[in-house]
Unconditional design. Structure first.
Length: 203
């Protein structure tokens, strides 16, 4: 089976360079258009169900995919983005002024960071592992609409790579990352492509 990880489309917060996390802005029109383009790539893949993060930008993205692909949608909280806590709604410049040491650590050793009144990569990985374990038990292709951090951690977990490599993976808004489960292991499937271009949020 193949798990298609879709990052939600762009929001106004993405466009403005704000940390989102559990912040809940809606899709922009550009974001909706990105998801429509992704739907055309998914149509031949034969996915049977969509799971989505409960955050609005993901749910709106999932609804577009569901309409285009005629498949059902279920929410799964394990797909939610990591909470950036007090950083949410701020620019990187704002964060640098208020938390310069923590921002430096986030840039150099992200696996060591616990965000103020927020979460951590280790907590996010626990949720991702649980979702992947359930996905392994199905034989049908699945679409999961989720977030940049969640997809990065899913790729690292699937490939057995450390969380310290979190920053090495790029996941653009509306992009598709495919993980195929075969012979007891996950394989990053480049056949379906990973969008490496587009606006990048502050990380």
């Amino acid at each position: 089976m193949t798990l298609f990880l879709i990052r939600h489309g762009e929001t106004a917060w993405n466009h403005r360079g704000l940390y989102q996390g559990h912040g809940d802005p809606p899709l922009s029109q550009a974001g909706a258009d990105q998801i429509l383009a992704t739907a055309s790539r998914l149509r031949p893949q034969g996915a049977h169900v969509i799971f989505t993060s409960p955050l609005l930008r993901a749910r709106q993205s999932a609804a577009i995919l569901a309409d285009e692909l005629a498949v059902s949608v279920s929410e799964d909280r394990r797909l939610i983005e990591m909470s950036y806590g007090h950083w949410e709604g701020l620019t990187q410049s704002d964060v640098k002024t208020r938390w310069p040491t923590l921002l430096r650590l986030w840039k150099t050793a992200p696996e060591e960071v616990m965000f103020p009144d927020g979460g951590s990569l280790a907590e996010l990985q626990d949720a991702v592992r649980a979702f992947l374990a359930d996905a392994e038990r199905t034989t049908k292709n699945i679409i999961a609409v989720t977030h940049q951090g969640t997809i990065r951690v899913a790729v690292l977990t699937a490939e057995g790579r450390p969380l310290s490599e979190f920053r090495q993976i790029r996941v653009a808004p509306g992009s598709l990352t495919a993980l195929t489960h075969r012979e007891g292991r996950w394989i990053l499937d480049d056949v379906h492509g990973r969008a490496l271009s587009g606006a990048q949020p502050p990380v």
